[in-house]
Design a protein around this ligand. Structure first.
Ligand SMILES: CC(C)(COP(=O)(O)OP(=O)(O)OC[C@H]1O[C@@H](n2cnc3c(N)ncnc32)[C@H](O)[C@@H]1OP(=O)(O)O)[C@@H](O)C(=O)NCCC(=O)NCCS
Length: 233
């Protein structure tokens, strides 16, 4: 009987993205978010999602030269196709406070809808109390193209950040979506603080007084200590 050699996926190449990759990165981002309940909530139509994509391209382009923004792409070695994108931010490095915030929080617009504003405020509260002004790495985005998920690409993107944080001896923070949470646990991140629970029936227009099928969306606050971090005395 022939021994079956287990199939293995090609090891992704993790690189800094180039400016002209931005539209493709945003395509991967929106494809990965297609089944995200909150995306439906915020952008219920194709038109509103296209507008959001344009806004996201603009935000990434405007921030592209920021040395504290680490914009990564994963490339499939066989096809050279971009299969995932990640945004790590170096925070607490003395940059002006506006830049040290999550660049995607509300995409910087003043006419945020109330739920966006609420989420944004809660995220800021978490980072202010846990990271304060100390140097840390923050994972603002991690998206794998749905056609390439469960092949270790998200893990490779995280390991890139882990190496960076370990070399700098700094902690890393992220706020996990329900879909991302198992991955982060899998690679050793720890839950801290009480998760943010959003009962969408309290927010969705027309949902109150009748169950429109909205559920409770949960965000998990997570921390990873640097391997090199000194243990508290
Ligand atoms: C979360 C996400 C980035 C994971 O990317 P990925 O490239 O598929 O991740 P990996 O292949 O490295 O997953 C490694 C491990 O994490 C866990 N994991 C990843 N996705 C999972 C899922 N959907 N359900 C349960 N466990 C999951 C598994 O343990 C997996 O190992 P296994 O495949 O051997 O079981 C991807 O599902 C995605 O883009 N989702 C939509 C966007 C999103 O929610 N991003 C996170 C924002 S915080």
């Amino acid at each position: 009987m022939r021994t079956r050699i287990p199939s293995r996926f090609p090891v992704p190449i993790i690189q800094f993205a180039e400016r002209n990759d931005i539209p493709e990165l945003v395509r991967v981002w929106l494809a990965a978010e297609r089944t995200n309940l909150l995306m439906f909530y915020h952008f219920p139509t194709e038109e509103s999602r296209s507008e959001y994509a344009e806004q996201a391209i603009k935000v990434l382009d405007e921030n592209f030269d920021d040395p504290h923004l680490l914009l990564l792409k994963a490339v499939d070695p066989d096809t050279s196709r971009i299969t995932a994108m990640a945004v790590w931010q170096k925070r607490g490095y003395g940059q002006p406070s506006a830049q040290s915030e999550d660049i995607f929080a509300g995409a910087g617009d003043s006419d945020q809808i109330p739920l966006e504003r609420y989420i944004d405020t809660q995220f800021k509260r978490f980072l202010a109390s846990w990271a304060q002004n100390s140097k840390h790495l923050y994972l603002a985005l991690l998206m794998t193209d749905p056609n390439f998920q469960r092949r270790g690409i998200g893990t490779a993107m995280l390991e890139w950040g882990h190496k960076h944080a370990d070399e700098a001896g700094i902690p890393a923070f992220l706020i996990a979506s329900p879909v991302g949470h198992p991955l982060y646990q899998h690679v050793g991140w720890k839950d801290v603080d009480t998760p943010l629970q959003i009962d969408l029936s309290q927010w969705a227009a027309g949902a109150q007084g009748g169950d429109m099928g909205w559920g409770v969306y949960k965000y998990y606050y997570m921390l990873r200590m640097a391997k090199t971090a000194a243990m508290p005395e």
